[in-house]
Ligand binder design. Structure first.
Ligand SMILES: Cc1ncc(COP(=O)(O)O)c(C=O)c1O
Length: 375
């Protein structure tokens, strides 16, 4: 039996999104930039989706720039701010997604000083520490709303308030917050917020950057001037239609009892398990845990053979496995950081999945220990 428990990586598409995408693909044959009836039909789909998204996240429709996803949204915001200034500081949390860390790494190669602020042992970055790092030459602040590995919610509002008072642009990567926390772009009052459709049951390859009114956006890839000259390229009409149809379709809070039961049963059966960010405020569907003496990647592969799709905290890039930068930033050593597994619940998951996964983890752990000669 196959069980999918990796919804922070991507959430299975909801029916409403699939239908809206299919309808748009079939019915809106024109290019939304074309002036004829077929173009206008496609344009109407985008306009409606823009209004729906804006209403859902509490912003004006004019603030929505559709992108190819969260990665592009983050890149556009960072590029836009930093391409307009000579050099200086950029403050970020040490637990940002690579979609923020990598563009900042590139900025550092162009002379920007990147200051990354570490979280506490619970995986939460203090607002005070972020604020303390802001100096007169700070060009930008980047702070995620929810960490994708641990689910820990970050104190964005306090930092946003300070940035606004100081006139420092701030980007909030809200990709893991959309659909899990109630978002109100206007009241958070940040310059930029990035979103992605596929984390909430929408199509892959579509997202949005919300841009505060009055903030000018410097295009990352100049071209035909779509999205009011903020993001060129023919819009992904089926993707955008699916994105807007997915909004609000999944109530992620419903997975809290399943997640909590999973963690309780796991702790009962494997007492040495350590649940990451257990004492932080977390999104309801996420469980990141470490099994001392185990390798997360090996566990993941064994679980895969048993039909479970979960994630390990370590990242595999160019064939080299790296320990989770989130856990390292929390002060854990390399071995501990490699022993992590992330389970993220979503549509279709039940108590039965939680129980089955615990039992599978017990079996796999016993097998691996026996192979290593540990009783
Ligand atoms: C926090 C966060 N930011 C950005 C991204 C990238 O989003 P996308 O896959 O839409 O490019 C992800 C995806 O895992 C994420 O979790």
């Amino acid at each position: 039996m196959k069980r999918y428990l990796d919804c922070n990586a991507t959430c299975p598409p909801v029916q409403q999104a699939l239908e809206a995408s299919a309808r748009a693909a079939v019915e809106a044959v024109g290019n939304p930039s074309s002036l004829h009836w077929a173009g206008r039909a496609a344009r109407r789909i985008i306009d409606d989706a823009r209004d729906t998204l804006a209403a859902y996240v509490g912003c004006e429709s004019g603030s929505v720039v559709f992108t190819s996803g969260g990665t592009e949204a983050n890149n556009i915001a960072i590029h836009s701010v930093l391409s307009g200034v000579e050099s200086g500081r950029v403050i970020c949390t040490a637990i940002e997604h690579p979609a923020v860390l990598q563009p900042l790494q590139r900025a550092s190669e162009h002379g920007f000083e990147i200051v990354s602020v570490r979280p506490d042992a619970h995986g939460v970055v203090s607002a005070e520490a972020m604020i303390d790092a802001i100096t007169d030459d700070t060009r930008m602040v980047c702070m995620m709303l929810v960490n994708n590995e641990s689910g820990a919610i970050q104190p964005v509002q306090q930092v946003a308030d300070y940035c606004r008072d100081r006139g420092v642009p701030i980007l909030v990567d809200a990709v893991q917050g959309l659909g899990k926390l109630s978002l109100d772009f206007k009241s958070v009052n940040v310059d930029f917020m990035s979103l992605s459709a596929h984390k909430i049951g929408g199509p892959k390859g579509v997202g949005a950057l919300l841009v505060k009114r009055g903030v000018k956006l410097q295009e990352l890839s100049p071209g035909g001037g779509q999205e009011r000259k903020r993001r060129s390229g023919t819009e992904n009409v089926p993707g955008i239609a699916g994105f807007s149809a997915a909004l609000g379709q999944i109530d992620f809070s419903q997975f809290a009892p399943v997640r909590d039961a999973f963690e309780q049963q796991l702790a009962d059966k494997i007492p040495e398990v350590s649940i990451v960010s257990k004492d932080a405020t977390r999104t309801a569907n996420t469980s990141l845990f470490m099994l001392p003496g185990m390798d997360g990647e090996t566990l993941l592969m064994q679980l895969d053979l048993a039909g479970f799709a979960v994630a390990s905290g370590s990242a595999c890039s160019s064939g080299k496995r790296e320990a989770s930068h989130v856990l390292l930033a929390m002060g854990l050593n390399d071995t501990a950081a490699r022993s992590s597994v992330r389970v993220s619940f979503g549509p279709g998951n039940s108590m039965d999945d939680a129980e089955a996964l615990v039992n599978a983890l017990v079996t796999v752990r016993q097998r691996l220990r026996a192979m290593a000669g540990i009783r």
